[in-house]
Design a protein around this ligand. Structure first.
Ligand SMILES: Nc1ncnc2c1ncn2[C@@H]1O[C@H](COP(=O)(O)OP(=O)(O)OP(=O)(O)O)[C@@H](O)[C@H]1O
Length: 828
């Protein structure tokens, strides 16, 4: 019987050749829950500066995890999570990706982080490790007891839950059983983030045996203000694009994505391929078993000396052997036991208690070797695994990388061996073909089937080429597969990536000689063909229309989206950047073969979409006399959050107590979110809190663009223009006595949410007027002038002119534009 639980496959594509130039905005804050919620670390009553956020995150890490400091990009990623950004993190196995979402989830003041995890065992591990640290975490899946389900539902509905991390399967997330609770938690602003862990499985599992994975994109439509983090260790650039598309996440820095792609190399792993010929008719066991046990026994002295050298105290040497079939797991485990290696089988159809026992014994060092199918592996975090052997070839390159990634997570040298024969490869190829046809029977459309099949085949072909290449450094080949552009001749690169830690670099001649035993009559993989572009999950619908439809499907046709769809007659689709959307579906140029790639070495870390550290000049100009001393340099260093903090009140003794009393006063008469339910600090019926910060609006310095390659007279890209207008209107009218005066004069006395809605409508109306008959240059100029005019509302002199009806007598050019704005406010 074959075991399910495969990791994704993908084709071979290069990474973007260069990191996009940084912009001077914080795109990830625009339109995110950050705007509505202002995630704050505990103890902060205002938005903290970057330095303060970092300190808060570090404190959490030290207090709960006991690590002295963050590793690599962890701190930066956590800080972006605190800001409410959408994040994509692609980092090698063992880097510590869990910290990147767990630490912010615990650091912020309140709210639940939902973590979608693919495997129950992985969920169980992470939840119990968090609970041991004293963190409120819980898992919700089909195995959760009734009592726990009740408690989770209570936490989701209560308005101010203790719960910090809720681990779910995608099936649970979309189960009708919990929808009301998730909806309520969302409306009470208690869902702070969706995390998709091991996100690479979305692409393949979603189109084969776990279709609910593909539904994850609906989350964004349903809960549009909740930011998303996707994390994976193995994703080529094509897979990354697919993930973002499926999850309905922004695709670029401009659209609000912060992305980390860390180098894939695992320096401390020794990769080796063992070739064998034949292996048909059930004689594979006879061919390999003896060699396998000899290999493992041979590792032991070396592994022991590594452990001793690094003071790793384990009763025995930990290792893993991967097989494709459950029967092989049993046979190999029995064989190893006969040879004195304490081994146990592990596969999906074993009872859960048995699997848990095996895993616990292995972690405790009572069992030396686990002989497992791919049901075991992803996310398993055992530090001292000294070897990973593939008795069978994995079905995908990503699978190989993930599984070998279990080795050497403590950073010390460990070995990864793959047994390879062409017979095995061609059998596996047949299996992949039949699996692809099975997904056709499962009701997927032809295009999805074809694309999926091509992906699987390509990934497998790449793995076969990797195994067959007797002259290419294994480390370089792996990194090339994931898109790093590396040459394999420069000694510095070879030393940096491998330094003799693969069979080819250690002894190329011997590898070549050993490969002679491969059966010549069987073909090696044919070239890789790029799959067709991915169908957008929201296809031709705009995101807003899709979001509206989704909400209607869930909440009934009268459902009111939190951020409503634009009126039918509006000529602007606010969140859709058609130009950028079109680029989403465009794939990179395929490489004929990853083995042939050469070029510049990969930088240490590729970060795409990161916020630069300089604050926009226009923002700095707007900062009123700060109540705390803060230089422009500090603002630049701390970024926008830092600049907002400038508006914050000076803290004084008794500040916390005063804040508490103020809060109690504010929420005294607040109605419960549900009839009979507890009242909440954050529920929707709470009166709008008067912000202490001057305003949390962002002023993006974005320029409206025309679609690439088009000139004047062509259709304008107006999304950013609309956004700019909206921000300017908000800045002038969202609050403040001057704005109140003007609006009262215009007969608009809306406050709070109603005023914000009005501002949105006015922005749309205005933008349509400005775009009429305009070329790009005229449009930009009109936008700038209108935004400039709006500043009058923030000046006493301007307000006087307005409310005393002296506009007609004024010669100020801005007045004319202000009239247009006034007309809009009066008319809507
Ligand atoms: N800042 C840190 N300092 C020390 N150890 C850390 C730090 N961050 C994470 N670790 C440790 O690194 C190990 C790997 O962490 P984790 O399981 O999150 O990795 P991962 O990136 O998710 O790997 P995989 O993709 O293979 O699941 C864990 O044992 C964790 O405790």
């Amino acid at each position: 019987m074959e075991d399910d639980g495969e990791v994704s496959v993908s084709a071979v594509f290069p990474l973007p050749s260069a990191t996009p130039a940084p912009t001077s905005t914080y795109p990830c804050q625009v339109g995110s829950q950050y705007e509505a919620n202002n995630f704050k670390p505990r103890k902060f009553s205002r938005v903290p500066s970057a330095t303060e956020s970092h300190a808060a995150l570090r404190r959490t890490l030290q207090k709960y995890w006991g690590h002295s400091d963050f590793r690599g990009p962890q701190l930066e990623i956590c800080a972006y999570a605190l800001r409410g950004c959408d994040l994509l993190v692609v980092a090698p196995t063992g880097l510590g990706k869990s910290v990147c979402f767990q630490v912010p989830a615990v650091t912020i003041e309140y709210g639940i982080t939902i973590v979608v995890s693919p495997l129950l065992a992985l969920m169980r591990d992470q939840v119990s490790s968090l609970q041991q640290k004293g963190i409120d975490a819980v898992q919700l899946n089909e195995k959760t007891s009734m009592e726990d389900v009740k408690e989770v539902k209570r936490q989701l509905s209560m308005g101010h839950p203790r719960l910090r991390l809720l681990y779910v399967t995608p099936e649970t997330l979309f189960s009708a059983k919990y929808q009301a609770e998730f909806d309520l938690a969302y409306h009470q602003r208690q869902i702070v983030r969706l995390v998709v862990d091991e996100a690479h499985v979305i692409d393949e599992w979603g189109s084969s045996f776990r279709p609910t994975y593909r539904r994850l994109g609906e989350f964004r439509l349903r809960y549009p203000t909740v930011p998303i983090t996707a994390l994976t260790a193995s994703a080529t650039s094509a897979v990354r694009k697919d993930l973002l598309t499926i999850l309905n996440m922004p695709q670029t820095q401009e659209q609000g994505l912060a992305q980390w792609v860390e180098p894939f190399n695992r320096k401390n792993l020794f990769y080796e391929i063992r070739y064998y010929g034949g292996g048909g008719n059930g004689n594979k066991f006879n061919l390999i078993a003896a060699d396998l046990s000899k290999l493992i026994l041979g590792f032991v002295p070396e592994a022991k000396s590594i452990n001793d050298r690094h003071r790793v105290t384990m009763p025995c040497i930990s290792g893993l052997v991967y097989c494709r079939y459950t029967a092989d797991c049993e046979d190999i485990a029995a064989h190893l036991n006969e040879r004195g290696i304490k081994a146990k089988p592990f596969y999906a159809s074993l009872p859960l208690s048995k699997r848990e026992e095996t895993l616990d014994d292995w972690k405790a060092g009572k069992v030396e070797c686990i002989v497992a199918t791919i049901a075991f592996g992803m996310g398993v975090d055992q530090a001292h695994v000294r070897y990973v052997v593939h008795y069978d070839m994995p079905k995908s390159f990503e699978g190989y990388y993930q599984e070998t990634g279990r080795a050497g997570r403590d950073g010390h040298m460990s070995r990864c061996v793959l047994y390879y024969s062409r017979e095995d490869a061609s059998r596996l190829r047949g299996l992949i073909d039949s699996e692809a046809s099975r997904s056709k029977r499962d009701g997927h459309d032809q295009m999805t089937v074809d694309r999926n099949k091509l992906r699987m085949v390509n990934s497998f072909k790449a793995l076969q080429m990797y195994a067959e290449a007797t002259g290419l450094c294994r480390h370089i080949a792996i990194c090339r597969y994931f898109g790093e552009r590396l040459d394999d001749v420069t000694p510095e690169i070879k030393a940096k990536y491998c330094n003799g830690l693969c069979d080819v670099c250690a002894n190329r001649a011997s590898v070549f000689q050993r490969s002679w035993c491969l059966t010549e009559s069987i073909d090696v993989a044919s070239p890789i063909v790029a799959p067709a572009p991915l169908e957008a999950p929201v296809s031709s619908l705009s995101l807003d229309t899709a979001r509206h439809n989704t909400l209607a499907a869930w909440h009934g046709p009268t459902a009111q989206p939190t951020v409503g769809p634009p009126p039918a007659d509006s000529s602007v689709d606010l969140p859709v950047d058609h130009d950028a959307m079109e680029q989403l579906w465009m794939m990179d140029e395929p490489q004929s073969s990853f083995l042939a790639t050469t070029e510049t070495p990969c930088p240490r870390s590729r970060r795409v979409g990161l916020r630069p550290m300089a604050a926009p000049a226009n923002l700095v100009n707007q900062v009123p006399t700060p109540s705390r001393v803060q230089t422009i340099d500090q603002v630049a260093e701390n970024g926008l959050s830092g600049a907002i903090a400038v508006y914050g009140e000076q803290r004084s003794p008794g500040h916390a107590e005063r804040k508490r009393k103020e809060r109690e006063r504010t929420f005294k008469g607040v109605k419960p979110a549900t009839p009979g339910g507890p009242s909440s600090f954050y529920n929707v019926s709470a009166p709008p809190k008067r912000a202490k910060v001057a305003s949390d609006f962002k002023v993006p310095s974005m320029t409206p663009r025309v679609p690439a390659g088009q000139g004047h007279g062509q259709e304008l890209d107006r999304t950013l223009g609309l956004q700019k207008l909206q921000e300017a209107l908000k800045a002038s009218f969202a609050e403040g006595t001057l704005a109140d005066q003007v609006l009262a004069y215009w007969g608009r006395e809306e406050t709070g949410e109603r005023r914000i809605k009005l501002i949105r409508k006015v922005a749309r109306e205005l933008e349509v007027g400005l775009a009429k008959g305009a070329t790009e240059a005229i449009y930009v100029a009109r936008l700038d002038e209108t935004c400039e005019s709006l500043k009058l509302v923030r000046a006493r002199r301007g307000v006087q002119l307005l409310v005393e009806d002296k506009l007609a007598t004024s010669s100020d050019a801005r007045v004319e534009r202000l009239r247009r704005i006034e007309a809009c406010f009066r008319a809507i």
